[in-house]
Ligand binder design. Sequence first.
Ligand code: HEC
Length: 272
Amino acid sequence: MNKLLSLAAAAALTLTSFTAYAAGGALVPPEMPWPSVGYFGAFDKASLQRGLKVYTEVCSGCHSLRLLSYRDLGDLGYSNAEVKAYAAEYEVLSEPNKDGDRVLIQASSADKFVSPYANEQEARALNSGALPPDLSLIVKARNRGKGNFFANFYDMLRGRGYASGADYVYALMTGYGDPPADVEIAEGMHYNKWFVGNAIAMAQPIYKADPAADGTPGTIEQQAKDIASFLMWASEPRFEERRAMGTKVLLFIALFIIVLYMLKRRVWRDVH
Ligand code: HEC
């Protein structure tokens, strides 16, 4: 009985701490209908390609994506030649030559995405002290869930995984605007509704652009959706393969349990 009581107390404590976190934390961005989410979802490759374009033309000026290789872009539907041509726009240090010197050469498909800055100090120096974080895992890092144990568990069950990190990136991109009258924003900072504390060192990165080649409108919202999808893909490029493998494993286990059960009945037939 005592054990039961302490278990109940521990559960109650855990739940209250989750709820307290939700109450004290930042606003939770609205849920977006990402096509890749859910057990039968799939990434929209055209959207990922547009997202790559937003990253290349806007974000890559400040943010690295150092865990992604150029060849990963093959997953977005690009041919080897296209990936090669994309990588060739960037430069990396070669292996040491016979004199021990390393020179700048064109990046190849096997290279990781080249970072805009040589090191953290340079990144900060060029961004008035703020550090633009690497975006490889940003969607997972900002996947704060709903701050409620049951809601998070439910999200996991329906396959939303780390989608709330993408909800956040979308919200952040579209959350700029004038601060409310009673909010003062320091010089060099920018008001953003969804950033913790509301003052972010990053100026609004996305503005209305021309429609994409396929006719998709260049609204801020559309570009924000595309870059958030792209970053969700980038944080787990093997996501679809892993999910497919997981489904197969679960199916196998289910079948195997049936076989084991039949076997058990057969083995014990004479005893019962
Ligand atoms: C001019 C440089 C610059 C550009 C361009 C830029 N950012 Fe940033 N970004 C920053 C800086 C600086 C920070 C750190 C902000 C802070 O800590 O206040 C930041 C922070 C972020 C964060 C983290 C916010 C958080 O919760 O900590 C995300 C996500 C982000 N940027 C996404 C993007 C995306 C997506 C793009 C392209 C559409 C982009 N950024 C373009 C400079 C930039």
